[in-house]
Design a protein around this ligand. Structure first.
Ligand code: PHE
Length: 517
């Protein structure tokens, strides 16, 4: 290559907005001076739209998944035993968040967030379309695709939202408000999806509902491909910390070998007639539980950890355990609660019976309405606003109370159908709990992380969801055994005990967190 052509070798992501626009950066403005999207950079509009439709596909499919699992074959369902269906739902949700760990690693070290999101989006769309094929096996490859794709997309699209504000010179207010706007997008998708996919899935056919989720994901993909070049310019293109070739090769080899060993192992078990879905679920649950233990051990063993950092990580262990308890209950919205709504509620509005899956929209609608109320409250309270450990303790108590209420509804359902509005009240209590814990925990994960380990601690935050969901799936097997009243009450009581233990630690946690609220 001659010296003349050398400038063209400069990757265009090092160009600033003032450089002559190329096809890839045409119309791109530096985010710190761009206020075109409600005061935010245009890039946020692209990420907002992509994530809105990605969540549409995710929650639309999730709203009907368990109903499809347990529906009799005559209704086009898989006629699965309730306990097994709950466990599979749990382990699938857990896989989505467990795979965010390799998804984050691939973006950081191999392909950069921008390409990771693109590939994630393609794989998710494929997964939904596979599920749309009307056979009784298409759900398995479909769910596997969706879990892998979401692992690639979800953590990396949110990190790109953060990147939009790296050049800001304010005190982080615009960044925080950008994330709130982005969270609105998530919940607009989460609100619309169960209405559309629930109506189609329950009313016309399960696979039609899955196809609608696929169309939603296609909109996400098209919006991303069409608008990313002009609105994101260089954002997310550089590979933050590219792995050397030897490491890439080593990871590729070990992961292929590991998958091979698992595949052969399952084949052998099958030959001896020992293979069962339950065994696979149990193994995946163990992996979900062991992975964060390894992460914590690695962080604590790091010789460069300062005393303050070690204290903060000790506090984070408690935060992690609290979050596990929370997600264990919260994510049963799509499984045990969905089944309860289907089997035991009266959902008539005059002559129209609303689809069970429609109740899955309540959470997102609640977030859209109540998030601004909390935001107002925190500003109003100023320095008197509760600290993170206090918010967590409240959130765990409230999630426990929501299940105690479910226990009462379960008791009521033994003699009559329960009005659907009662379940809405329960779901709104969960929203109040979610808004105390989820945004707070996510922000703290970045603040409490030791130097240079923020993506590992972020991975731990996603792993808390994975642990909660996988254990939740195993515990959920008890719902059909114990009956609704007993099952929900038991989990409610456990959460409240955990909350009480957690509250005894509040003072200590505040001390350990050293200045992080
Ligand atoms: N509704 C949120 C979302 O889909 C729930 C969530 C929070 C999921 C944090 C994972 C991690 O993004």
């Amino acid at each position: 290559m001659t010296g003349k052509t050398a400038p063209f070798c400069v990757p265009f992501y090092v160009m600033s907005a003032e450089d002559t626009p190329t096809v890839a950066t045409k119309g791109f403005r530096a985010p710190e001076t761009d206020h075109r999207f409600f005061g935010h950079p245009m890039g946020l509009a692209t990420l907002f739209t992509t994530e809105l439709w990605e969540r549409f596909s995710y929650y639309g499919m999730r709203a009907i998944l368990i109903l499809y699992f347990v529906a009799p074959a005559s209704d086009g369902g898989l006629a699965m035993a309730t306990g097994t269906a709950i466990a599979i739902y749990g382990v699938y949700s857990a896989m989505v968040y467990l795979l965010a760990v390799p998804g984050g690693w691939l973006a950081d070290r191999v392909m950069g967030p921008r390409r990771a999101v693109l590939w994630g989006a393609i794989v998710i769309a494929l997964g939904h379309y596979v599920m749309a094929v009307p056979t009784n096996w298409s759900a398995w490859p479909g769910l596997a695709f969706i879990a892998v794709g979401t692992g690639l997309l979800k953590p990396n699209i949110s990190s790109m939202v953060g990147d939009l504000y790296d050049g800001d010179t304010d005190d982080g207010t615009r960044r925080t408000s950008g994330f709130s706007l982005y969270y609105m997008g998530i919940n607009i998708g989460g609100f619309l999806a169960p209405l559309v996919c629930g109506y189609l899935g329950e009313g016309i056919g399960w696979h039609v509902g899955f196809a609608a989720a696929g169309i939603g994901m296609t909109i996400a993909l098209v919006a991303y491909v069409a608008f990313a070049p002009r609105t994101l310019g260089p954002i997310g293109k550089p590979i933050p910390d590219e792995a050397p070739m030897t490491l890439k090769r080593k990871v590729l080899l070990t992961s292929t070998a590991a998958l091979g060993v698992v595949g052969i192992g399952l084949l052998i078990l099958n030959l001896f007639g020992l293979y069962s879905a339950d065994l696979v679920i149990a193994i995946l649950t163990v992996i979900c539980v062991v992975t964060p233990i390894i992460y914590f051990a690695r962080i604590f063993r790091n010789p460069n950890l300062t005393e303050t950092e070690a204290h903060r990580m000790r506090a984070y262990v408690w935060i992690f355990v609290g979050a596990v308890m929370f997600w264990l209950i919260f994510d049963q919205m799509g499984s045990t609660i969905n089944l309860f709504v289907q089997n035991s509620t009266d959902r008539h509005i005059f002559d129209f019976e609303i689809p069970a899956a429609w109740l899955q929209s309540v959470n997102s609608l609640g977030v859209i309405v109540l998030a601004p109320v909390y935001a107002w409250l925190w500003i109003r309270l100023g320095r008197k606003a509760p600290s993170l450990p206090t918010k967590f303790a409240f959130a765990i108590v409230m999630i426990g109370l929501s299940f105690l209420l479910m226990g009462l509804l379960g008791k009521m359902a033994e003699s009559q159908l329960v009005p659907w509005e009662f379940v809405v009240v329960m779901l709104l209590i969960q929203v109040l709990a979610e808004l105390l814990l989820s945004p707070t925990g996510m922000a703290a994960s970045t603040q409490l992380a030791p130097k240079g380990m923020s993506s590992q601690v972020m991975a731990l935050w996603f792993l808390a969801v994975a642990v909660g969901d996988s254990i939740g799936g195993q515990v959920g097997r008890l719902q059909p055994v114990l009956g609704d009243a007993m099952y929900f009450t038991m989990l409610g009581v456990i959460a409240i005990i955990v909350a009480i233990i957690f509250s005894t630690q509040i003072a200590k946690l505040k001390r350990l967190m050293g200045g992080v609220h």
